[in-house]
Design a protein around this ligand. Structure first.
Ligand code: CAA
Length: 687
């Protein structure tokens, strides 16, 4: 095995070069390598200065996250940082790439830091529910002051090398030849190491304490945020070594927290999802032009996503009215981007220059990927796919943004089964990061990989699914809504259910969400298609649509929105309608707690997720989590429904579902896979 740390000597300067692709994470082997190299340098009298650098694309991007949760192997990163700081030979860190987390902590322990001008530096631990645990909470405020330190640690966002220089996080920025420049600096450094007065940043203690209190008053709900603020306060009030002890305890508490487990799961799940098996079988075709059919809300969002990624688009709309409406929608987006300073006028104009808006479907002849984004009307879609089958160029990918129809039928209509996939975006498509790629048994690997590469080029996370109506996310959503409706029928109110799910961490409850997106969309689907989605067993939604209460845009739905307000009050007419339906159906009414509601809705997501795995629609449990995190706003610190199942244990979830099935046997049917995991005391992540 290649050694992950190399030591080179050139006259009096030693270079310790970390070499652990892809991101030089500070794994046990790397830490051991650095320790060995440092000890060799310190005991070698010929060496007068040490350069700490990294090969490949970056200086370490942090501790090795995959080692978290396992017993800590020596040496720990804090010990290495101490050894570097205590070295009587000057240590200069040469930074490039993404110098993050433990990587930056290692650099902060060095006596000087010089970065390449393109370097991004940051302390993103908060995104994983932890804090800088190798002395970072104590060294950062001493180096850059409390404000900048809290900004770095609480935002988790990286800063540029130039900004890092301004706040004195680093000592120099260089253009080319970082390694050679730093080696030359090291050769020139006089041999006495600079001692840093660890009390420096306490000079204006009262000011800094007020900044700490201010941050505390902002009441950041994240556990790690509270701990970071505590640690920075310790840096102000306590000697360095005691502050380090505070940091160590806080780090252990954060690492053991459920939020950190959920966030770390999300990190790896997002990176696992795009690893489609087809990537080993085929290469993507070049995509020089995208075609989009339908410039409604979804189609326009897809067009904007493509234009913003610099991809030319041909958008086909019906008639002049359709063309003008689409142009208004897309133009409005760029106008707003320019007026809010997110884009210059020139950038907005040049993005629009890549758009060819037409009523002629023939204009799609030269498109490499064509995405149909029409309303969920199968007759219309099949007619369009039949045309595409005849006119699209050979090898073009024919994709449908459908969330409900069977893509196999569209492939049949096109007569080009190998070229057809689902590419299901989430609204608004230019902002939401998720794209479900639905693959039929006939889809060619090249078509799959080309759709995947387009999704990546748009900055999206592609998740693979076997093409089935509703793919992954909407299958789960359907079960979720069904269980919510049953709760309504059994005594809960929309407001109770929405509050319970917001308390769980969802951005919106199921009824607020329907009011926002419009109840008429799924009403139209139910009327058009008797098989899918399955008819509701609560008639309330249909009755509401018949009365014109289609949600926010109509001024009333499950809530009323007087004077165009965006937050509603419970709709008394809807509650009366619900009470009438309960009475007609002679339903007994029960009182539900928030926990009852959350248990049922979470169990529904988990049970449907398990069914999707059984059916082979989802490739792995963590893909379902990515879909729920990025498509439906499932709270990230909870990791996703399948991660929650593992955290609660499948055994516990299965017992809950069995209990629910006793009361509502027509609604609940325990997934055999979940039952098996429960019996064998296994977890989804072990599948
Ligand atoms: N540990 C382990 N693996 C890591 C890693 C880390 N810190 N950072 C990235 N990786 C892995 C990814 O899982 C991925 O692996 P696969 O190829 O097997 O999927 C690979 O490196 C490449 O990562 P990306 O796909 O994310 O590549 P990118 O170029 O899009 O982004 C990055 C690179 C900006 C470094 C991004 O990976 C990232 O943000 N990483 C996390 C950085 C981080 O959070 N650091 C702090 C760690 S915690 C810490 O350091 C605590 C401490 O105090 C000691």
């Amino acid at each position: 095995m290649k050694h992950p740390v190399r030591l080179e000597r050139q006259s009096g300067v030693a270079v310790i070069a970390i070499d652990n692709p892809p991101v030089n994470a500070l794994s046990t082997a790397v830490r051991r390598g650095i320790l060995g190299a440092l000890e060799a340098c310190l005991s070698d009298e010929r060496i007068t200065a040490i350069v700490l650098a990294a090969n490949g694309r970056t200086f370490p991007a942090g501790a090795d996250i995959s080692e978290f949760g396992q017993p800590l192997q020596q040496p720990g990163l804090p010990d290495l940082c101490d050894l570097i700081e205590a070295s009587d030979k000057p240590v200069i860190a040469a930074l490039h790439g993404t110098t993050l987390g433990g990587g930056l902590e290692l650099a902060m322990a060095a006596h000087y830091r010089v970065a390449h001008e393109d370097t991004q530096l940051g302390l993103p631990e908060i995104n994983l529910g932890i804090l800088p645990g190798a002395g970072g909470t104590q060294r950062t405020p001493r180096l850059v002051g409390v404000d900048a330190a809290l900004d770095l640690m609480l935002s988790g966002k990286p800063i540029s090398a130039q900004k890092a220089l301004e706040i004195r996080l680093i000592d120099g920025v260089v253009g080319d030849d970082l390694r050679e420049t730093v080696k030359a600096l090291a050769a020139d450094t006089d041999e006495t190491k600079p001692t840093r007065d660890r009390r420096d940043c306490l000079a204006d203690g009262a000011h800094y304490m007020s900044r700490v209190s201010e941050r505390r008053r902002q009441n950041d709900h994240r556990f790690a945020a509270k701990k970071i603020i505590d640690c920075v306060e310790s840096a102000l009030l306590l000697p360095f070594d005691v502050g380090i002890e505070v940091e160590r305890d806080a780090f252990s508490e954060c690492l053991a927290s459920r939020a950190s487990a959920g966030l770390r799961h999300a990190f790896f799940a997002e990176r696992r999802a795009p690893k489609f098996p087809e990537l080993k079988q085929a290469s993507a075709r070049q995509v020089d032009r995208v075609g989009v059919i339908g410039g409604g809300l979804m189609g326009s969002g897809i067009v904007i996503a493509c234009l913003s990624a610099g991809l030319p688009v041909t958008l086909v709309e019906e008639g002049e009215t359709g063309v003008n409406a689409a142009l208004d929608r897309i133009g409005e987006h760029y106008k707003r981007a320019v007026s809010t300073g997110r884009m210059t006028q020139g950038q907005g104009t040049s993005a629009l220059n890549y758009l060819n808006l037409t009523t002629e479907i023939d204009a799609l002849r030269d498109a490499d990927v064509i995405i149909e984004a029409l309303p969920e009307d199968m007759v219309l879609k099949e007619a369009v796919f039949a045309k595409l089958g005849r006119l699209a160029k050979s090898g073009a990918v024919l994709a449908s943004n459908t969330s409900y129809q069977n893509v196999k039928d569209l492939a049949d209509a096109a007569g080009r089964k190998t070229d057809v996939v689902a590419m299901h975006f989430f609204a608004p498509a230019h902002r939401m990061k998720l794209v479900e790629i639905g693959v039929t048994e006939d889809t060619d690997a090249t078509a799959v990989v080309t759709a995947h590469s387009l999704a990546k080029a748009l900055g999206k996370i592609p998740v693979r699914a076997t093409a089935q109506p509703a793919l992954l996310g909407n299958r789960i959503l359907q079960g979720y809504r069904k269980v919510a409706d049953r709760l309504l029928l059994s005594g809960a109110t929309p407001a109770q259910i929405d509050t319970a799910m917001r308390d769980f961490g969802m951005p919106l409850g199921p009824y607020e969400a329907q009011d926002l997106s419009g109840l008429d969309v799924s009403w139209a689907l139910r009327r058009r298609n008797t098989d899918w989605p399955a008819p509701l067993d609560l008639e309330l939604a249909d009755r509401m649509c018949e009365a014109g209460w289609t949600g926010q845009k109509a001024g009333q739905g499950y809530y009323v929105y007087p004077d165009g307000r965006r937050t509603g009050e419970p709709n008394p007419d809807m509650l009366k309608m619900l009470a009438d339906e309960r009475a007609d159906k002679e339903r007994s009414v029960f009182a539900f707690t928030g926990q009852d509601i959350r248990d049922r809705l979470l169990c529904s997501m988990i049970n449907t997720g398990a069914q999707l795995l059984e059916e082979g629609v989802a490739s792995c449990a963590s893909d379902i989590d990515v879909v729920m995190l990025h498509g439906f706003g499932f709270p990230r610190e909870k990791g996703g429904p399948m991660h929650q199942a593992d955290a609660l244990t499948p055994h516990h979830v299965a017992r809950l579902i069995e209990g629910l099935a006793e009361v509502d046997p027509d609604l609940w049917s325990l997934s055999p896979l979940l039952s098996k995991l429960a019996t064998e005391r296994q977890k989804f992540e072990q599948l």
